[in-house]
Each structure stands twice: as C-alpha cells, then as structure tokens.
Design a protein around this ligand. Sequence first.
Ligand code: FUB
Ligand code: ZN
Length: 603
Amino acid sequence: MKKIGFEHINITDGFWKIKQDMVKNITTESVYNRFAETHRFSALKCTWKEGEPDMPHIFWDSDVAKWIEGVAYILIKDKDFPLKSKAEEAIADIISNADEHGYFNSHFLVTDKDKRWQWRSHHELYCLGHLIEAAVAWKDATGEDEFLRAMCRFTDYVYHIFVEEDSAAFVTPGHPELELALVKLYNATGNRKYFDLAEFFIDKHGNNDKDCDTNNDFRNDYYNQDEMPLKNRTTAEGHSVRAMYLMSAAADVAELRDDEALLDACKRVFDNVTEKRMYITGGIGSTHRGEAFTVDYDLPNRTAYAETCAAISLAMFASRMQAIEPDSKYADVVEKVIYNGFLSGVSMDGKSFFYENPLEIDPDFNNVDTSVREKRRMPITQRVEVFECSCCPPNVVRFIPSIAGMMYTYSDDTLYVHQYMNSEAECDGVSITQTTAYPADGKVKISASGTKYIALRIPSWCEDFSINKTYTVKNGYAIIEAEGNDIEIDFAMPVETLRANRRVHGCAGRVAVMRGPVVYCAEGVDNCADIANVYIDTKGSFELSRAKFLLPNIQTTGYIKPETKKLYAKADAEYKEIPLTLVPYYAFANRGTSEMYVWLLQK
Ligand code: FUB
Ligand code: ZN
C-alpha cells in the first residue's frame, strides 16, 4: 500500500488545526530561541576551542536537525514562514563546515577528533540520520538540493568507512535512526546504495558489536539494540526510542525487500509492546534506567518514564505497519499515542515540554527527598522550555506539522482512512474530504472520489457506530463502495471506564476514564487533596462539562472516606461524596503544580 503524504493533506479546522497553528506560531520559535541560547546553533560554526564553556554535545546536531525538519514541514504549507532564514543559516553552517570527506558533526569536528567512528554510543550515525531526514524534508519544501547533496556525500563516506573499508570500531549505530533515514534517502534519490546501507545496518544488529561500550550497567546489548538479530526478536527490549526507531526501519526494509521473517519479527514486537508493555496513554519505556522497556506488565504509574520521543517513535512504527498490513490495531495505537502520551509532552501554550510523562503525580513525593540518604528519582511535575538532553521539543516541532501523514494509505482500489481529522486531501487521482469535530464528537462526514472502496477504521474503543451506507467489516475497517458517495459515520463516544490487566499491579483495584480515544485524569487543582484515595463508581453518572482544554471536561462523583489523623484506622468508615472533575490527560500540569491521577480507585 502507498501512503498519502501529509503534503497532500490540509487539516482545515478543529483539534489538529489548533495544534498545528500552535507549533507554527509559537513552538517552533520558542524552541529556536532556547536552542540558540544554549549554543546549539552556534555550535554548527565549529569554532569551539578546548577550555571554552559549552562544548558542543555529541547529539546537539540532532536537535537542530529535527528543528530544521519541522521548519521544512511548515514551509511545505506556508512558503513565507519567517523562520526559514534561521533554518537556512543553520544549513549553510552545516554545509560549509563539513570536512573534505563530507563528514559533519559539531562535536567531533572540534574535539575528540581521533575518536571518530570509535564510540558506538556517541551518536555520530544517529546525528547523520536526523541530518538526512532534515535534508530530504528541506528539498521537498524548497526544491533546493544543496543540503541533500551534502548529506549524500556524508553518507557515501559512511558507506566507505563501514562497508568498503570496515574500519570503524563498531558496525551498528548504538542509537538507531540512521537506518530509517537511509530508506528516506533512497526514496528521495533513487540511489540503491542508500538502501543497501540501510539493509547493511539492519542486518548487522545483533550479529557483531558484542562487547562495545558496556561501561555502564544499563549500556548493554539491549540498550544498544544489539541483543539478537532483528528477525529473531519476540519482545521489545532496551532503550525504548532506540527500539522503536529501529523497528520502524525494520518495517521499511522488510516491506521494500519483501522479507517475511523480518516483517514477522516486526509484528511480534509490535504485539509485545502494545499488549504488554504500553501505558493506557500510549507511553512506553517504564524505567528511567536506560530509558527502557523492562518486563511484561511492569507499568508503574508514578515513576513511568514514557518519554515524549518514545511515544512519537511508537507512532512512527505503528504508522509504518498500518501501511503494510491492513489491521486497525496499528492505527488504533497511533490514535492512542497522538491524543495522550505524545500530546501531554507539550504544554497548552506550546512553549514547554515534558520529557517524561507519568500517569500519577503527588508533588509531596515527587518534589522532595523521600528517603533519608538519597532522593528517589521522580519525573518533574511541571514542563520546562528546554532540557540539557532536549530531544523531545524538536521532535514535537517535526511531528505535529506532519501528523496528517498517518491518516491515509491506499491500494489499487481501496483508500484506507486510519485517522479522523477535519481535512481535505488530493493525491494520485484520489481525493477525500472529512468534515468532523472529532474527537470532540464521533460524527464524521466523508466524500471521496478516485477510489472504488473506502475502508474506515472502526476505533477499538467504539462499541456502537452507524454508517449511512452498506458496509462489510474486515480487519477492523468498515469497507464501503465509495464512488460518488457522501458517507456519514457516527461513532458513539460515551464516557467509559477501563481496568488494567491484573498483572499491572500499580493499577490494581483502579479504573481509568476515557472518552473516545482520550484518556482523562483528575488533578488536585480541580479537586480535593489525596486523589489517590478517591473512589469512583463505574456505574455512576459521567457528564460532559465546559471544555477548558479543547475537549470537554468530565464531571462525576468521587467518594472518600473521612480523614483520619492516625496513621492507621478502622477501615469500615462511610464514604463521603465529593464532586470530581476530570480533564484530558494531555492537559495535565497546565495550571501549576498539582496532584494528578489517571487511575482512580473503583468503588
Ligand atoms: O540519545 C538521544 C536521545 O536522548 C534519545 O532519543 C532519547 O531517548 C534520549 O536518550
Ligand atoms: Zn526525547
């Protein structure tokens, strides 16, 4: 199946139009300013000298590259986007400071010069991957190909070092990313050598770099995605962003070379992540140690790592799988991620970010020392504008402008609608318009032409829907003869309560509240203290109320037992009723530091 690229789709109104406007008008500039202040842009000039402060970090180039990629995606829709000139300056620095081989890295060009290609964990290939993605995007946006040609030259050099000369101290990128970028480079240039290099790295994972960089207890083969050949994998292991970037590339390669064994591994890993290792928000990676997956069902709420980039990487993997195999489980996961564990990563004003996205916050425990000797590591409770390791903000900058790229795929006779957003699209003789307020409600009007069938994803959260046409359901999609039809769909979107698998011990006796794809939470700022002790009745009433954060709040009744001053007291006290307000999870922590709980006790 082919994807309809986001460049062919205009989101014209509604939820994602607001978010795209936010990124275009606020986030991109704000991230630029923070990166300029923290020397990420000046580092590209490669003038840093030993002894000076602010030595260019090994992966600053990737931060800038993702930001340029985001600017390019905005330029595709708005040629006059004012930050174009800032991106041009950065690109000019990258091109002009490359060495005689085409090599560019703002860290290794000014320091550790003799350590090039020696440290697998030092992100050289990762940075190149992001630079390639930026260069491909820049060419698409502007038609200018100097940046792309520079990155081809750099990639040719990498091919020489890794394939022809075999002179590097490692053979797989410790942090995957280049692999998927090489597939993009191949698609952009048609040069088979870049696909060969993608295959080279994909096939090397788990076959070689056995004892490289194991200087830290979490920097092991799992962390570096080198524990076994990809085609043997059954579970997602190690650093979650690395794992999902790598599986994204594996899906690309499996599809392009028609590799069933590799594709089967992708399917197994996807199922393992989404059936056993994913939060209800679509967050993944439950420990900060190595930013990693742990074991099945280990999904602690308060210490959840659930990095914003990890959510993005899962959406990247899922959206590749949905283009290979028509099964709605992939698009369901994309939807879960984009409305929850990804979107909580950026504040409602578009300026600040969470790196970690926990499902539970109690400032009394998160923000103070909870053991005598050592502070337990806890997620921060308020978003910040920049981090020392600031991979997430520019990932938001590139992800939201290109989000429509996950909406549609098409085969000879069928157009698949994976996501519902108010939009117009035109590509390859197929055109489709969606009119909807989704996910504020579940009504969607669709008119399409240029396709014989249209396949509409029935979201997994939806038990009751109507479509004004005759349809058959296959793999989670309602298939309709489309030509000339005005389709009206209504996905009933009642408030639902969900329980977790009983192996998820942090959720024992608790329920989460969802409406459509959106997970809700209770915050201290709207409610009482100690939300941990509030029960809700799953059979009680859940009313929608005024939207503070784009989508309606939910009002229900909470039940608490009377407060006791004792540390322990008799259990048989009567419940007291309190009004309980729930807000969309993506909007938590936008009104100061406050308690926050996704999982509430079930009465
Ligand atoms: O290593 C570069 C980035 O920093 C990763 O993608 C993030 O997970 C964080 O480790
Ligand atoms: Zn990140």
